[in-house]
Design a binder for this molecule. Structure first.
Ligand code: BTN
Length: 261
């Protein structure tokens, strides 16, 4: 039996309860495990954490490199009273809670990049992968998976990842307690989640925009349907990105990868 090094010591809220906390030394993917638990009857607020992932999932079928002993990999199960198209807002909310947590931990230059990356000086510090199951329009559950590069140096990643990544220890020059960071994130997330369920997306959007450095930037947006270029105008009231194309036409992006050009 391995020691649970990633147990937040003080889970004091109402959403994330110690009895619904699952720690594993090794998993293929915490998102895969959380999806399986959620298909059963795991309650809202279940958290799956692993010290290492052997098949960490990134967005768009990418791999999330997840070595043992250094970084943070976890997934939360939520059962929100939402319809499917609102789930993107929940991912943005997770990004907001994460950037606030990282800034509070000393990474003061951390920003959000739509839809769900946390960057420092253009390099990726953390990523979020949301997966959901809906019945018709109604959401049955959402799994939000979070990976944060904490105590491993970016130079130790495979070369193609190393070039685009940064870690907390690279920035802070000292290691960070992963359990404490997780506890702080869960506290921050719970606060925003409660507010979102009561007040809707408006305050989350406002908070998120405060950490975004996208507006006015020329970008290329890579989507399943093709590629569009333009200048970012705004993130709208639904959480979608508004791009003004060269011809002056507005384009609304619901899902895609944004590349600065
Ligand atoms: C991205 O591509 O930016 C999203 C990365 C999400 C990685 C995290 S690590 C914990 C959770 N489990 C996974 O398999 N993926 C997410």
């Amino acid at each position: 039996m391995c020691r649970c090094v990633l147990l937040p010591d003080d889970l004091t809220g109402k959403l994330f309860l110690p009895q619904n906390y699952h720690f594993h030394a090794v998993l293929d993917s915490t998102n895969r495990e959380a999806m399986d638990l959620a298909h059963g009857d795991a309650p809202e607020g279940t958290v799956v954490v692993a010290d290492q992932q052997t098949k960490g999932r990134g967005r768009l079928g990418r791999v999330w490199v997840s070595p043992p002993g250094v970084n943070l990999y976890f997934s939360m199960i939520l059962r929100p009273p939402l319809v499917a198209r609102q789930v993107a807002q929940l991912t943005l909310l997770a990004g907001l809670a994460l950037v606030e947590t990282l800034v509070a931990a000393g990474v003061v230059e951390a920003v959000v990049k739509w839809p769900n990356d946390i960057l420092v000086h253009g390099k990726k510090l953390a990523g979020i992968l949301s997966e959901m199951v809906a019945v018709g329009e109604r959401v049955r559950f959402v799994v939000i998976g979070v990976g944060v590069n904490v105590n491993g140096h970016a130079a130790s990643f495979p070369q193609e990842v190393a070039e685009r990544a940064v870690t907390m220890v690279d920035i802070l020059c000292q290691s960070t307690d992963r359990g404490g960071l997780l506890a702080e994130f869960l506290r921050t997330f719970e606060g925003w989640y409660g507010r979102y369920l009561q007040e809707g997306f408006v305050p989350v959007r406002q908070g998120w925009l405060g950490y975004a450095r996208l507006m006015g930037q020329p970008v290329r947006v890579e989507m399943a349907s093709g590629v569009q270029t333009g200048v970012v105008l705004d993130m709208d009231e639904d959480g979608f990105l508004l791009i003004r194309q060269k011809e002056g036409e507005l384009f609304r992006v619901m899902a895609g990868d944004v590349v600065f050009i």
